[in-house]
Write a protein that binds this ligand. Structure first.
Ligand SMILES: [Zn+2]
Length: 69
């Protein structure tokens, strides 16, 4: 008997969602995430958006790799 047990796949904890967006702060733009992370103040909103994207990818990569902090 070589039955494959259709176990439910282990899904990552979706509660720790990273939804980073760039928000304007005076004459600066800052990337903020739902996890509480904030990026450095940037002169341009494009930069802040890049920070937000980088944070989201880093967070996703870290969780995928096992969360080695
Ligand atoms: Zn985050």
């Amino acid at each position: 008997m070589h039955a494959h047990h259709p176990t439910t796949p282990t899904v990552p904890d979706v509660r720790d969602v990273h939804d980073a967006t760039a928000t304007e702060r005076g004459s600066f733009a800052v990337a903020r995430c739902t996890c509480g992370w904030t990026g450095p103040a940037r002169r341009s909103r494009d930069r802040a958006r890049l920070d937000a994207t980088a944070h989201g990818e880093a967070a996703a990569g870290a969780s995928a790799a096992g969360g080695d902090v």
